[in-house]
Design a protein around this ligand. Structure first.
Ligand code: GAF
Length: 389
C-alpha cells in the first residue's frame, strides 16, 4: 500500500519542479477512511464505526508575498486541468464553486476557514486515496486543506469545528449533503483504533483494533460511484420524511417497535429506508460491543446483515459489491464482509483471520467478474503535520 512517505515524495518532487527547485515550508496529510459498520446512519443522528486509513491526501506548499493562490494536483483525473489559480477570498470577493470539480473541495474550505484571512500560497496535492472508491478521497482533501491552512495561519483550532467546517464545505461547494462521518474520522482517527462515533452528540469512543490475529481487507470493485448523483440526497430526504411522519426529529429517536406500529403511515420506500437506518444503528452498537469482547464472529455476522440491509432496504449496493461480499464469505477464516461508504460501487470491507488474507485475495481475484484492487490495511492516525528532515 502506498504510504504517506511515497505520496509526500511525489508532492515534494512536483513542488520542486514547478517552483524553481524550492522546498515547501509546510507538509500535511489527511487520511481516507473505511467504515466497518454503521452505513447511512450519520445523517440520521446514529452511530458509525470507521477507522482512518494509511491511504492519505498530502498537501505541501509555501506562503507567497501576494494574494495569489496557485494549486497543482497530481491526484485528479487526466481530463481535468491540474493547476488552478485564484485570489485569496476577501469579504467583497468570496470564492464560489466552479470548474474543475476537484478544486471545489479546496476552495470551499478556504472560503469557510474562519481563523484568519488566508494569505496567498503555492501548493501541490498528491493522494493515495483512490478517487470515487468510497474511501473518502474528498473528505481527506478537505481535511488536508484545512490542516494546511492551520499551518499557514498558525492556528491550532478546535478539531470538531474543523470537521464541521469541512462537512459544510462539501455541502456548499460540492453539493453533497453528506453526514459528518468522513470528515470527522479524517480529523480524529487514532492509530490502532476504530472510533465509535455518536453522530448526534459527537461523542467518540476509541475501540482497539490491533489484534495481530485479525485483519481488515478492503477490496475495491473498481466500479466508480458519484455521490453528487441524485441517489444520496434522495435517501437523505426519504429518511427525513420518515422521521417527520413518525413525529421525531431524526430516525435515531424512532425505535423498531414504533416503526412497526406506525408502518401504515409510511410509503413502502420510506418504510424500507427507515428500517435499514433503525436496524443499522442497533447493529452498530452491538458490533462495537462484540469488538470490545473480541467476538469477531459476531462482528462478522453483523457486517453481513448490514450489507443485506443496504442491498435490500436501502438499495445502495450494486451487483459487483454483492458479488464481492458473496465470494469473500465463502473463504474459511473470513468473519464477515460488507459494502462500505455511500454505495453504488466503491469498496467492500472484510474482517478475517490474518492467516486467511492471502487465501481470500486469491479466491476473490479468481472469482470476481471485474479486476479488484486489495488493501490489507491498518487503523491509522488522523490528519497532521509531516515533519520533514
Ligand atoms: C458518504 C457520506 F459522505 C457519509 O457522510 C456517509 O453518509 C456515508 O456516505 C454512508 O454511510 O461517505
Amino acid at each position: 500500500m502506498v504510504g504517506v512517505s511515497e505520496t509526500l515524495e511525489r508532492a515534494r518532487k512536483e513542488f520542486g519542479e514547478r517552483f524553481g527547485g524550492s522546498r515547501p515550508q509546510i507538509s500535511v496529510f489527511a487520511p481516507g477512511r473505511v467504515n466497518l459498520i454503521g452505513e447511512h446512519t450519520d445523517y440520521n443522528g446514529g452511530f458509525v464505526l470507521p477507522m482512518a486509513l494509511p491511504l492519505t491526501t498530502v498537501i505541501v506548499g509555501s506562503r507567497r508575498d501576494d494574494d495569489k493562490i496557485l494549486i497543482i494536483t497530481t491526484a485528479h483525473g487526466a481530463d481535468e486541468p491540474h493547476t488552478v489559480e485564484f485570489k485569496a477570498p476577501r469579504e467583497e470577493k468570496p470564492l464560489v464553486p466552479g470548474v474543475p470539480k476537484w478544486a471545489n473541495y479546496v476552495k470551499g474550505v478556504i472560503q469557510l476557514y474562519r481563523a484568519g484571512p488566508v494569505p496567498g500560497f503555492n501548493a501541490v496535492i498528491a493522494s493515495s486515496v483512490p478517487l470515487g472508491g468510497g474511501l473518502s478521497s474528498s473528505a481527506s482533501l478537505e481535511v488536508a486543506t484545512y490542516t494546511f491552512l492551520q499551518q499557514l495561519c498558525a492556528d491550532d483550532g478546535d478539531a470538531v469545528q474543523k470537521a464541521l467546517t469541512c462537512q459544510k464545505s462539501e455541502h456548499t461547494f460540492a453539493g453533497v449533503p453528506c453526514g459528518i462521518m468522513d470528515q470527522f474520522i479524517s480529523v480524529m482517527g487514532r492509530e490502532g483504533h476504530a472510533l465509535l462515533i455518536d453522530c448526534r452528540s459527537l461523542e467518540v469512543t476509541p475501540l482497539p483494533l490491533a489484534d495481530p490475529g485479525m485483519a481488515i481487507l478492503i477490496t475495491n470493485s473498481n466500479v466508480c460511484h458519484e455521490l453528487t448523483g441524485s441517489e444520496y440526497p434522495e435517501r437523505r430526504r426519504q429518511c427525513e420524511e420518515a422521521a417527520k411522519v413518525l413525529g421525531k426529529d431524526t430516525l435515531r429517536d424512532v425505535s423498531f417497535e414504533d416503526l412497526e406500529a406506525m408502518k401504515e403511515r409510511l410509503s413502502d420506500t420510506c418504510y424500507k429506508r427507515a428500517r435499514h437506518v433503525i436496524t443499522e444503528i442497533a447493529r452498530t452498537t452491538y458490533a462495537a460491543e462484540a469488538l470490545q469482547r473480541g467476538d469477531y464472529k459476531e462482528f462478522g455476522r453483523l457486517m453481513v446483515k448490514s450489507h443485506n440491509s443496504l442491498r435490500d432496504d436501502y438499495e445502495v449496493s450494486c451487483p459487483e459489491l454483492d458479488e464481492l461480499v458473496a465470494i469473500a464469505i465463502e473463504v474459511p477464516g473470513v468473519y464477515g464482509s460488507r459494502m462500505t461508504g455511500g454505495g453504488f460501487g466503491g469498496c467492500t470491507v472484510t474482517l478475517l483471520e490474518t492467516s486467511a488474507a492471502e487465501r481470500a485475495k486469491q479466491h476473490i481475484q479468481s472469482r470476481y467478474r471485474g479486476s479488484p484492487t486489495f488493501y490489507l490495511t491498518k487503523a491509522s492516525a488522523g490528519a497532521g503535520v509531516i515533519t520533514v528532515q
